[in-house]
Design a protein around this ligand. Structure first.
Ligand SMILES: Cc1cc2nc3c(=O)[nH]c(=O)nc-3n(C[C@H](O)[C@H](O)[C@H](O)COP(=O)(O)O)c2cc1C
Length: 324
């Protein structure tokens, strides 16, 4: 089943999300061999870019003369080349390559990196933006303004479509999505999933939580997808988080997504999960008499859902009798 995502024709709606599975050419080739519609490359992290910029400042101290200049050029070129090579190599595979930037703070450097990635053949840029608020004076409106500003600057710098991978904890995802659309974003990925520290109570130390998702995490994403698809049909949506099997992918498409992104499914079942999900979508569509994704995409978004289930959030109906 073909689809169009960010204006790019894809042979399948199954996209491999930004992850270790897209961090090197042989892995990307395996994704392509399994029938993936596209890959989102492992993100270049803004933290890395800033560290790189700091290193450049250190080596170009006054008095270093030609050696300083040489080091600066060498370090800069080597660093840039490392990830631009991945974009370039990946662009030779048969599927579109979406380059990803992880933005944690607002800075100018990575706008240039986005442009360089596009020049190397990235079909689109995915911005993974999340500022963890740790300042009680920072309002949601201010934060969201900085998201929108980030997107505006990247859109102005690149000739390819830009999508934004949104954080799950937003007061009103529709408001932010609308602002991003107004700044030129072509799509949104719902949602990113974060590193979650946990605590070992015996040792009283921090430990890493499981980085991989559970299938049940999809339900919350379906709700936002159905709401967003109905309110902002111009924005191309991809669902990320909780797409573990073909049925999950079909649910996402029914809610209005144009593509699904998978990572944990590959972790659990290997690269073959991509083909399994792809085949399930085809078989399901055939069984239900659909000849294309567009014939069923969005059938269960919030516009069409007569019962309005996605707007209902309280358990009223189930309480208290079900608890007995
Ligand atoms: C080990 C690991 C590394 C990841 N690295 C990135 C990354 O660099 N950039 C990004 O946008 N998302 C990253 N993600 C998030 C995934 O792209 C995806 O959004 C998340 O795992 C939820 O999808 P899933 O339920 O299919 O796993 C990573 C996830 C995992 C498990």
């Amino acid at each position: 089943m073909k689809t169009t995502y960010l204006g790019i024709p894809l042979r399948s709606p199954v996209v491999v999300s930004s992850s270790p599975y897209t961090a090197a050419l042989p892995r990307i080739e395996r994704c392509a061999a399994q029938g993936a519609g596209a890959v989102v490359l492992k993100s270049i992290f803004e933290e890395q870019i800033l560290r790189h910029a700091a290193a450049l400042e250190r080596v170009s101290q006054p008095g270093m003369g030609d050696a300083g200049e040489y080091l600066e050029r060498y370090l800069g070129d080597a660093y840039r080349e490392e990830f631009l090579r991945l974009v370039r190599d990946a662009a030779t595979t048969e599927i579109p390559v979406i380059a990803s930037i992880n933005c944690i703070v607002s800075s100018a450097e990575w706008v240039d990196y986005a442009a360089a990635m596009a020049a190397e053949g990235a079909a689109a840029i995915e911005l993974n933006i999340f500022f963890q608020p740790a300042d009680r004076r920072l309002s949601a409106a201010e934060l969201e303004r900085s998201y929108a500003d980030t997107v505006r600057r990247v859109v102005a710098a690149v000739p390819v479509p830009v999508s934004v991978k949104l954080p799950v904890r937003l007061t009103n995802v529709l408001h932010l999505a609308d602002a991003l659309l107004a700044r030129g974003a072509r799509g949104a990925v719902l949602f990113n999933r974060y590193f979650e520290p946990d605590i070992d109570v015996e040792r009283m130390t921090f430990v890493s939580g499981d980085p991989y998702s559970e299938p049940g995490e999809l339900r919350n994403v379906l709700r936002s997808t159905a709401l967003c698809a109905a309110a902002l049909p111009q924005l191309d949506l991809a669902v990320s988080t909780g797409v573990h099997d073909g049925a999950a992918a079909v649910k996402a498409l029914l809610c209005g997504a144009r593509a699904v992104q998978v990572c944990s499914a590959i972790h659990r079942r290997g690269y073959g999960a991509i083909g399994e999900i792809d085949r399930y979508i085809d078989d399901w569509a055939l069984r239900h008499g659909f000849g294309s994704v567009e014939e069923f995409r969005g059938r269960m978004n919030c516009d069409r859902d007569a019962d309005d289930v996605f707007r209902r959030v309280q358990f009223m109906r189930y309480f208290p009798h079900d608890a007995e």
